[in-house]
Design a protein around this ligand. Sequence first.
Ligand code: SF4
Length: 447
Amino acid sequence: MDGTTLTVCAYTLGCKVNVYDTEKMMEQFKLAGFAKVPETERGADVYVVNTCSVTAMADKKSRQAIRRAKRENPQAVIVVCGCFAQLSPQQALDIGADLVIGRDDKERAAELTLEFIGERRPRDYAPVAEEAQKDLAPAQKDLAPAQEDLAPGDRTRAYVKIQDGCDNYCAYCVIPYARGRARSRPISGIVDEVRGLAERGYKEIVLTGIHVASYGKDLSDGDLQTLLPLAAGVDGIERVRFSSVEPLLITEEFCETLSRLPNICDHFHLSLQSGCDATLTRMRRRYNTSQYREAVERLREAYPDAGITTDIIVGFPGETDEEFEQSRSFAQSMDFLKIHVFPFSPKKGTAAALMPQRVIDGVKKARADRLLRLSESLGLAFKTKYIGKHLKVLFEDEVTPGVFAGYSTNYINVRACSPVCDPRGRIGIARPTDVFTNYVKADILRL
Ligand code: SF4
């Protein structure tokens, strides 16, 4: 650090809320005078690692990312935040972090980093895990509205965090301990942020949160059904998605609200976790398979082309072969567009970590493989239905010269040639011609 402009880069693991949080931190760094550089470019003065702790694998990847950041950028100040850092701050410091930033200090990340650079000594702003479990008071301050004058990225789709935290305490999940209680951003702040994004040319917003369904429970001036028409009604916003929804949120009234809004995308990520009621009860999920099925039916009634994606855990403690079969066959009957499969990994501090009847790794792997094969075949079947039909696609990336990719409203990844004009940032009509595991090939009919 030689007195010239300081540079900062970031590496993000985990969910869309983390992506959003990283973008907001980068805005702070820019306002503080830092220049943002790509994470792949060595030599940044500050390297932010925003970690995840949702599974044992996420912990491992978080540790690897911290070690790699330190190894490849020995001169940089390594700033670590996110769920892994919140739950294991000392470990983060031991393996390479210079500064750990806790969940309530993320909005001061740049300020704390500058203080650190001034003093140059290891510090830890995160409460230790045990304290985090006790201290679950709502922390409105980390939900401050976004900076109005900076775009949170250079993409056509922007994430908008509407809430953080979760009160559900599913038996396997460590997130409520890391993120704290569910707390909602005020409606006015969210709508202002969406307006700002529309002014900067964003066409699609993704309403994001740790537990979107609990949005508004701590507000006096409305809930998700109040927020949606206001956010979706902002001029210039052509598409609105949810990062995820919950089965119990999908009431008839909720579907009616959605149906009145022409720009809600017909893609819904509806976490299932298991298609077996006994397993769901042990997981402490708050719905059963009939309620889940009802939610899917309601969504498909309102949106006949709805692409429904989900998460399923395999090998939860006590999951017998029979329970897994029930789960698999329920998933098959849901015609998902995609299943994200997670082999169970015990997380210290959760109820499931103490449960008996652990499923051995080989069985978990075999179950995961079967579900992944099911996901692939369901996805292919779903996409095949659109051969020769028309999909509305927002093009975002150029994957190879002249070939552009984007998502349809129902979340089919579409790739199409456009040798003459660059369709990025535009919504076009595309006609699928061929189906592949991860995308469909299509012709652009018009832009
Ligand atoms: S709903 Fe359950 S799985 Fe989702 S964040 Fe909350 S505790 Fe975790």
